[in-house]
Write a protein that binds this ligand. Structure first.
Ligand code: FES
Length: 218
């Protein structure tokens, strides 16, 4: 995985960190649910979902107080928590914008025009990779494969994937996000599933019916 922080996350300590953190009652129940999946003494196995819960509760970034809180809950030494949080790039160690843009630039997306997507973000938002806009609306990072290569290039916006993008469609997406009206996620060209861009090339006819049963495979 790539490290999308320009400094490996070390500058997180330069931001104002909250003095304390604790789960909401709802998230505390969720945390207990995750911990209960593992045998007694193995509660540390729940570290990833608990850090994810903490990050979601805290505006999509993970302050040190939250890491320490999760560490205490799981009876893990603080260094063990920091090791996990700094290793996985899905954890943001400093504040990010309301719309967290993760542009995939790995080979399949690159071959399908991810340079245009990144350039459109930079042009439209006036920021570089790793930066956040002054109004805190957008953060842009580059990431490795998001696992959706068939509909490349991909821009992940918070939890959603926007697919089959190019420069103009990326700019239109950013306009919609800035207006607080995120469009439906998925392929922006409207192709279904991962069929070829020119339409189906296989399974274009219904197979013959068998045993008197219809094979309506639509
Ligand atoms: S290379 Fe971009 S989703 Fe796989």
């Amino acid at each position: 995985m790539s490290d999308h922080s320009s400094d490996g996350g070390r500058s997180a300590l330069l931001f104002e960190q909250p003095a304390s953190f604790e789960f909401t009652a709802e998230n505390l129940e969720r945390a207990k649910y995750h911990i209960a999946k593992y045998p007694p003494g193995r509660q540390a196995s729940a570290v990833l979902p608990l850090l994810d819960l903490a990050q979601r509760q805290h505006d999509n970034w993970l302050p040190k107080a939250a890491m320490d809180y999760v560490g205490e809950m799981l009876e893990m030494a603080p260094i063990r928590i920091y090791e996990v949080a700094t290793f996985y790039t899905m954890f943001n160690l400093r504040p990010v914008g309301q719309w967290f843009l993760q542009a995939c630039t790995t080979t399949p997306c690159w071959l399908r025009g991810s340079d245009e997507v990144v350039a459109a973000c930079k042009r439209k938002l006036g920021i570089g990779v790793g930066d956040t806009t002054a109004d805190r609306q957008f953060t842009l990072v580059e990431v490795e494969c998001l696992g959706a290569c068939v509909n490349a290039p991909i821009l992940q916006v918070n939890d959603d994937f926007y697919e089959d993008l190019d420069g103009p469609s990326t700019e239109a997406l950013l306009d919609a996000l800035a207006a607080g009206k995120p469009p439906p996620f998925g392929s922006v060209t409207g192709r279904q599933g991962s069929m070829p861009a020119t339409g189906k090339t296989t399974l274009t006819e219904f197979p013959p019916a068998q045993n008197g049963k219809s094979n309506d495979a639509r």
